[in-house]
Design a protein around this ligand. Structure first.
Ligand code: LRH
Ligand code: MN
Length: 440
């Protein structure tokens, strides 16, 4: 059992999930789980399921610190029943809780200044107590901070005003310093920069200012760090975005150097974009850094991963497994796996448990695609056969394999049921009150 139980020593600890509670829960579900698993083992006897399950155990998805409370839109924010984390310590507690339940949420991704660490050493110890590490740090030059000298109304790294660019560069360097103290090894830069009307912006100058600014930030990166350039088609600017698509992000990352990569947020594409093809090409170029998983029907809806387009999520993982194996990459370590979601109508912790489950299922399906047969079908232009191979795996219920990985990691067979059976939310409310978290 690699994960320490949540300890009671810390006064702010409100909710602990004892190992015996997880074991009692698992015991109640074990017979049906083992029956389903035995059925799958028979069905997939031609595959090394043990290595698939081990890959699932090793696969960890970072939880965004800004998505542990209720999200909202410009039209409103309807808080859940309360119990939202008030401090960075309570956010780490909540991610620790998720990790105790599913064994697959072993990292938290912080957003500065929403989560400025006061005592990095203490935080590292607290996080380690839950088996958590600090994933990519996120800077924020899309909101003006109280007391800041300059406004980002007309952009940050692109801004025509050198002093404003300098302020944004210094902020990113500050974020790197926080990350170094926490043991993180990556910086995600998402820029809201762009324009709302034709004529407002000189696109070439905006690109050159942004690149020059990113080069200063890049120069401040420790040798073993990565910088993820996150692209987005629109919002909050609605005519142009200065890092607007994968091509522009790839251009920046290629001009910056070997520590720079692109970051794919699934909700940041124009309608009907073929994201799995984008992923395949960025991976081929060695410039895919990581993901912000979520789902969407229209814009940057930040909905639960796999809740709207589960087949697309599977097709993305299908390209990831094919592309990573082609490069001999380590699935769990060589790319940044993060969720970026916002919860307007669901309990944030339940929503995050569902997102992790959907991602693990898509990964399991991709690991079970018969690559040899698929390559043969592709080489023979046997289109129907190729589709059969993919859809056969997608239509297979592999939940017992994902559950088995949790069981072996010391987590719960059914995280969301245990979350409810232990009345975690009402415990949080009793302890924290009707609190609202910082973040989006
Ligand atoms: C921008 C984004 C970015 C974060 C923000 C919270 O839409 O995806 O990754 O900084 O959401
Ligand atoms: Mn994002």
């Amino acid at each position: 059992m690699y994960r320490q139980m949540i300890n009671l020593t810390k006064p702010s600890i409100l909710m602990n999930i004892e190992q015996n509670q997880i074991e009692k829960h698992n015991d109640s579900l074990l017979t049906s789980h083992q029956r389903k698993l035995a059925f799958l083992k028979e069905d997939w006897a031609h595959v090394d399921l043990e290595s698939v399950i081990q890959k699932l155990v090793d696969f960890q998805i970072a939880i965004p610190s800004w998505a542990l409370g209720t999200g909202g839109t410009r039209f409103g924010r309807f808080a859940i029943t309360g119990g939202e984390p008030r401090t960075i310590e309570e956010k780490i507690e909540d991610v620790g809780l998720l990790h105790a339940l599913n064994g697959a949420s072993g990292a938290i991704s912080l957003h500065i200044p929403w989560d400025i660490p006061q005592n990095a050493g203490e935080l590292k110890k607290l996080a380690a107590g839950y088996g958590l590490k600090f994933d990519a740090m996120n800077s924020n030059t899309f909101q003006d901070q109280a007391g800041s000298a300059h406004s980002y109304k007309f952009g940050s790294l692109q801004n025509v005003n050198k002093a404003i660019r300098k302020q944004a560069i210094e902020h990113n360097i500050e974020v790197i310093k926080h990350g170094i103290a926490l043991g993180s090894d990556a910086l995600t830069v998402w820029l809201a920069d762009g324009s709302c009307f034709p004529g407002q912006l000189n696109f070439r100058k905006a690109f050159e200012n942004t690149l020059e600014s990113l080069q200063e930030i890049y120069a401040a990166l420790p040798e073993d760090w990565k910088i993820f350039v996150e692209y987005k088609a629109f919002e909050p600017n609605f005519y142009s975005t200065t890092v607007g698509d994968w091509g522009q992000s790839l251009l920046y990352a290629s001009k910056l150097g070997k520590k720079a990569y692109t970051l794919v947020d699934l909700g940041h594409h124009l309608p009907n974009a073929n994201i799995e093809q984008i992923v395949a090409l960025l991976l081929m170029e060695g410039k895919l850094g990581g993901f912000h998983f979520n789902d969407s029907k229209y814009g940057d809806d930040d909905l639960t991963a796999g809740s709207i387009k589960p087949y697309q999520l599977f097709l993305i993982f299908n390209e990831l497994v094919e592309g990573m194996d082609a490069k001999g990459m380590n699935h769990a370590k060589d790319l940044g796996w993060m969720i970026d979601a916002s919860h307007n109508v669901k309990d944030p912790l339940e929503d995050l448990l569902q997102s992790v489950e959907a991602i693990m299922i898509a990964y399991a399906q991709a690991l079970l695609v018969d690559r040899k047969a698929l390559n043969e079908a592709q080489d023979n232009n046997d289109v129907a056969k190729a589709q059969e191979i993919l859809q056969n795996t997608f239509r297979s219920d592999l939940r017992a394999i994902v559950a088995e990985a949790r069981l072996r990691a010391g987590a719960a067979l059914s995280p969301i049921n245990l979350y409810r059976d232990l009345a975690v939310r009402s415990n949080l409310v009793n302890h924290r009150g009707n609190t609202v978290a910082t973040g989006l």
